[in-house]
Write a protein that binds this ligand. Structure first.
Ligand code: F6R
Length: 242
């Protein structure tokens, strides 16, 4: 079931999303958070940092597991998701870095790394809340439109539209990695709660497909209709086609 929280704009989306994350951490201080990167959650992370600095939020017992990572980028690369998470959240809050997990995009053997990461997720004993953004093509994590839903962490060839969308973060489009390691739909759907954020007109078509379209691997986010506890926090532009 998808509950929709409509906000006026990006800032309100970020604050309302932070309320949900903060409530989760407050009520269960050893929560396992499934985390996302990309531009959408940055404002929410800033709000969580502010609350942590103010003494209102304690990450000391929190553990986290991220959705995805580019293949081939060193952790020191400023577009690696490892770098992103450190800079946008981890180094600003009192989370234990040893309890934060991402797929290793520098691995030699991607299949072995995917198996290892699946075990990391299982070893967490269940994700309490999974944060998601949504791609303009309806992807969640890097589960791109496909013939079938992937159950587990896997190596994905990024869709052309995703490469184009993410080129804004790189010096040129040719610098965008072509492959990523991503949690599978099965692992995402196993989270107890899902919090998905969307902002801006570029997401309106995908948001419509997610909420109101047929459930199909061609619109990966549509699978969330089958999850019992999804909250979509989205601004008016992202909801404009509903
Ligand atoms: C990021 C991720 C992606 C993004 C999506 C939206 O970890 O898994 O699915 O959430 O590409 O990206 P932004 O927020 O940059 O529009």
């Amino acid at each position: 079931m998808i509950t929709i929280i409509r906000t006026k704009n990006y800032d309100e989306m970020s604050r309302r999303a932070a309320n949900i994350m903060a409530a989760q951490i407050t009520l269960k201080n050893d929560s396992v958070l499934g985390l996302a990167t990309g531009s959408t959650p940055v404002g929410m992370y800033q709000e969580l940092i502010r609350r942590c600095e103010a003494g209102d939020l304690d990450f000391s017992r929190v553990r986290s597991v991220n959705l995805d990572e580019y293949v081939g980028l060193e952790r020191t690369h400023d577009q690696s998701y490892y770098y992103f998470m450190n800079n946008n959240l981890f180094k600003h809050v009192n989370i234990d870095p040893a309890q934060t997990f991402l797929p290793d995009g520098t691995c030699k053997d991607t299949e072995a790394e995917c198996r290892r990461y699946h075990d990391v997720i299982l070893g967490m004993g269940g994700v309490d809340i999974q944060l998601l953004g949504i791609g303009g093509n309806g992807h969640i994590g890097f589960n791109e439109p496909a013939e079938a839903f992937a159950a587990r962490t896997h190596c994905v060839q990024l869709a052309e539209s995703t490469i184009k969308a993410n080129a804004r973060f790189f010096a040129s489009e040719s610098d965008v990695p072509r492959f990523a390691l991503s949690m599978g739909i099965g692992e995402i759907m196993a989270a107890k709660k899902i919090l998905i954020l969307a902002s801006g007109k570029a997401k309106a078509e995908a948001v419509k497909g997610m909420v109101a379209g047929p459930v199909s691997p061609q619109m990966p986010a549509s699978i969330l209709q089958f999850h019992p506890d999804v909250t979509l926090v989205a601004d008016e532009e992202a909801l404009s086609l509903l």
